[in-house]
Design a protein around this ligand. Structure first.
Ligand SMILES: Cc1cc2nc3c(=O)[nH]c(=O)nc-3n(C[C@H](O)[C@H](O)[C@H](O)COP(=O)(O)OP(=O)(O)OC[C@H]3O[C@@H](n4cnc5c(N)ncnc54)[C@H](O)[C@@H]3O)c2cc1C
Length: 592
């Protein structure tokens, strides 16, 4: 057998040999330095720590950011946060789905209640159907707690100044603390999560392609407004002139105030009195008191992305790699999804289980998704910033497509990587590769590269998601709950037609389990319930698909066999019919 990629790890002959290969080959005392403590940096840290990779996270600011910024967390991001076991805590500080209340010229007459975002299908395959609204301050607070719970530390007041070394031997970062002390940090990989204005992109000499339009501006502030209902996202004015909106966020009486439009004053307010006056003039009412306005900021249209997500051993993620319109609320989501795609690959490479070439697929997979996200949000931006002809929008209520309505694909459940060179579709590969709509697959036939569906009512004997004995002795789980319990590993779902199928699959794929790359989960039909003990005897985890939701969601017909490998980022890495094809998937990501 020949090995095409030779790095620090010898070529292995079988998954059994792989099982003995789980120690890191890196000589660096610090595997990964993350620069930036926003959503991207925090999700990178959380995902890597869950995979037992040491990280150091430095953040320039000496205190956590308090501005609201991105507020819309999509169903897909919630799923990914659930894989990091953080979604419940995020939802605890989120506001539920709201209708938008649009008021008339007197500022008080309700003209219309707008459903600004559609719901995802009501299906056992979809755990989160709605966008959750949350202040980025609260989101980051939750993520920081999760990072700290795993022993991670966010080092505030440390700023990256320069990257004097970036080679295949590792990276050196020069940093400065608040007292002016400068020192260097050596690491195997440096992750640039330093945001839109971060310096790493420039230090690497990367192009930031796109457009800037200083005349398209949005004013935002944190506003405490006790006197208005918190059951709506309120909106006044007209996008052809200026519109202002108040979105309720946790904790009450906090609202996100946003104002935009061509007649937005050139000089924007910087105190509560000024914000109140701007609000009154656009909303045409003066009875709503803004008790306090803070963290006022101005956003100017800047829609750009890098042409490379990596230089040497430095990887860019989140706003450091792409900036876009807040229209459509994709910024924070796309940032965190970059992070979760990159983290599992870095973990495997750093552990010496995968070749560095696996990291190339971060860009191959994310670049088309990000480019399409820029297209989609720019279309919404053009509506919100009145770039469409005025004849098409004579009033805020007559507009056939409201500027703040979002299409279904911005729930992000269709994001897929079908074109990725590492995914394996074992049924008809050619057709699967041909389809390249990075945001467009939701509800069609499931393929390798697609989002892994959830499934409810999976009963597991005797163990909860953390492996503890349950009472009662049979617990009911969801597919995402069971994948999350694998803590950053792949999960090999085995849908067997017989107990004999199970034995062949479990034994054939055991090496990946023993090496810590994957867990095997056998999904039995209720008619095979008697086989639970037998499957456990083979050393695999097993659940019973009580209502058939897993087979339906994964498109596996009753009585037939399939193996579906779910990646740590909730994507189907392989959809195959036998263990040879499953080996093919692992051979594309591992040193086997
Ligand atoms: C005013 C404003 C309003 C926004 N509104 C929306 C919205 O409505 N909807 C939406 O989806 N998105 C919105 N966004 C965008 C959203 O906030 C970003 O997409 C998101 O924060 C990206 O996360 P990130 O972690 O990549 O970057 P950031 O959140 O920007 O985090 C980067 C971090 O890196 C730190 N840093 C920078 N340089 C260094 C350095 N040299 N050394 C150490 N640390 C460094 C910064 O202090 C910062 O904490 C808004 C952004 C702003 C600024």
């Amino acid at each position: 057998m020949t090995c095409t990629i030779s790095y620090l790890v010898p070529c292995l002959q079988s998954p059994h040999q792989l099982a003995n290969m789980s120690t890191s080959t890196s000589n660096h005392p610090l595997p990964i330095l993350i620069v930036g403590g926003g959503p991207t940096g925090l999700v990178l840290a959380l995902a890597l720590l869950r995979s037992r990779i040491d990280v150091r996270l430095i953040e320039r600011s000496s205190v956590p950011h308090e501005g609201i910024r991105g507020t819309a967390i999509t169903p897909r991001t919630l799923e990914l946060l659930s894989l990091l076991q953080a979604a419940d805590n995020v939802l605890a500080v989120a506001t539920p789905p709201l209708l938008m209340a649009i008021y008339g010229d007197d500022g008080k007459t309700l003209l219309k209640e707008l459903k600004w975002s559609p719901d995802a299908d009501d299906s056992p395959a979809i755990p989160y159907r709605h966008i959750a609204s949350i202040s980025q301050t609260q989101l980051e607070k939750v993520l920081r707690k999760h990072v700290e719970k795993l022993g991670g530390k966010i080092e505030l007041g440390l700023q990256l100044l320069d990257i004097p070394k970036n080679s295949q031997q590792g990276v050196t970062a020069r940093v400065k603390s608040e007292d002016g002390t400068e020192f260097t940090i050596d690491c195997a990989y440096l992750l640039a999560a330093d945001g839109a204005k971060g310096r790493i992109r420039r230090l690497l000499g990367l192009s930031f392609l796109g457009e800037t339009n200083d005349s398209e501006r949005m004013f935002t502030a944190n506003a405490l407004v006790p006197g208005i209902d918190r059951d709506h996202w309120h909106r006044w004015g007209d996008f052809a002139k200026t519109a202002v909106a108040l979105k309720p966020l946790y904790p009450a009486p906090l609202f996100h105030l946003q104002a935009l439009g061509p007649t937005l004053p050139e000089t924007l307010p910087d105190d509560t009195k000024g914000v109140q006056s701007l609000f009154n003039s656009v909303a045409h009412r003066d009875d709503l008191i803004i008790e306090e306005a803070s963290y006022v900021s101005e956003w100017r249209a800047n829609i750009r992305m890098v042409d490379k997500f990596c230089v040497g051993r430095v990887y860019l993620a989140g706003d450091s790699a792409h900036v876009h319109s807040p229209a459509g609320g994709q910024g924070t989501n796309t940032a965190m999804q970059d992070a979760i795609n990159l983290a599992w690959k870095l973990a495997l490479v750093h552990k010496g289980l995968s070749p560095p070439s696996l990291l190339e697929t971060y860009e191959t997979e994310r670049m088309p998704v990000v480019a399409e996200m820029l297209n989609l949000t720019t279309q919404l931006h053009e509506r919100a910033f009145n770039r469409i002809p005025s004849t098409a929008r004579s009033s805020p209520t007559e507009d056939p497509i409201d500027p703040m309505s979002r299409p279904l694909n911005l729930l992000q459940l269709g994001i897929n990587y079908r074109w990725s060179p590492i995914v394996v579709e074992g049924r008809d590969k050619a057709e699967a590769r041909g389809h390249q709509d990075p945001h467009g697959v939701a509800g069609g036939e499931l393929r390798a590269g697609d989002r892994a569906p959830d499934a409810t009512d999976l009963s597991v004997r005797g163990k909860d998601e953390g492996g503890a004995t349950t009472s009662p002795p049979v617990a009911h789980h969801t597919m995402y709950g069971l994948v999350a319990a694998a803590k950053g590993k792949h999960v090999i779902l085995i849908f067997p037609a017989s107990l004999e199928d199970v034995r062949g699959s479990v034994e054939g794929l055991r090496g990946y389990v023993q090496s810590g790359v994957a867990e095997a989960l056998v999904v039995l039909e209720p008619g095979m319930r008697e086989a639970v003990g037998g499957v456990e005897a083979y050393g695999a985890r097993v659940c019973v698909d009580e209502s058939g939701h897993a087979r339906t969601g994964y498109g596996v017909e009753t009585g037939s066999t399939a193996i579906v490998v779910v990646r740590p980022d909730g994507i189907i890495g392989a959809y195959v019919l036998g263990i040879d094809q499953a080996h093919e998937y692992f051979s594309r990501i591992l040193y086997v």
